[in-house]
Design a protein around this ligand. Sequence first.
Ligand code: PMP
Length: 440
Amino acid sequence: ENLQNTTFPTTNAEQYEAARSVMPGGVNSPVRAFGSVGGTPRTMVKAAGPYLTDVEGTEYVDLVCSWGPMLLGHNHPAVVEAVHRAVDAGLSFGASTPDEARLGRLIMDRVPVEHVRMVSTGTEATMTAIRLARGATGRNLVVKFAGCYHGHSDGLLAAAGSGLATQSLPGSAGVTEAQAAETLVLPYNDRAALEAAFAQHGERIAAVITEAAPCNMGVVTPEDGFNLFLRQITQDHGALLIWDEVLTGFRASDTGYWGLSGRLEGWTPDLWTFGKVIGGGLPTAAVAGRAEHMDLLAPLGPVYQAGTLSGNPVAMASGLATLENATAEVYETIGRRSEQLESMLVDALNAEGVDHSIQRAGTLFSVAFGTSENGVHNYADAQGQEAFRYGPFFHAMLEHGVYLPPSVFEAWFVSAAHDDAAMERIGAALPHAAKAAAAA
Ligand code: PMP
């Protein structure tokens, strides 16, 4: 509200220049760079409800939502108030605090797990889950799917999605051959590939790690029964199933409260990872599962894991307030807005004859250009799309006040704060973007 009184002394271009002189590529996380879409990244100074404001005072409808955490929209009053209270009580204690157990309990109430360990990032959560799976099974190999992203720990960077997909990187330099050799990368939705891998290496596979629905190569919908197949083949071979819901967890509308895993009928994975929404915008993530596995963690068991700021009280307050306010109505709103957004997008693209398909997982979706004939079922399909259409599409949206992920390989995020006014602004921008995509 005091933005009108604020003067903006610099431009986005000047900020980017300053950022590049400090941070590699001007960013602290590659997905924020405009590498694949080109142009000058926006430097943001304020967020409220469905809007972001950049350093020049330009306001955007935000369809990134901090890459997932802002389920309720930016600066939700209840979350801000809880955070203020926590800050007043102390920033970090280096000892246990009541809210850690409270947030863990909230997760346990909504997800069939027996114990929860808080960490600070999704990367730590999946890294810990893998170590636990190896500790529990005494085996080394991990199966992951091409195009899935599980954070930036060494062994999980092979054929990973997200920023690696955007930059067309097969993996990361600096990962040892030994690490890479312990990760088997398979095509998503491919049961025969899994059967072959388990037939050959079954006794050495500690775990299969998967996203509940892949959202880091754009969204890819799991084919009917694929996730259940993962449950069965891991169980048959004594391997664990690690269910990465860092991105999808606590986000889906049609499944009650706990993300895409709400779709599971009568079965559960062994280990779960959460992040993003459970911190409500502050750094928190978690690994969770049955006591038989979770109690292998130190100090009870031999699998070591620790964190100076794990369960940080300010982050716990933010996460608690977010989950407590993630009511059925919130999910209903997000589901409705997400569907509205999809149909507006499809109408705009069809009006310009832009060939595309939409992949959906719960309230998350993404667009893939030039894929209407076969859709997108795996990373090869995602990479085969007409990605060159996205840059012009993205920039037309940006010019008309809508901030999309600066990569076609990312999901679009809607929050409960996306109201009619925000949707109208998106609706006004889309025809321009569709024209730009058609002309690309
Ligand atoms: N797993 C998944 C499915 C993710 O989408 C992400 C981040 N986008 C991560 C893990 C890593 O989380 P973080 O960035 O907090 O390390």
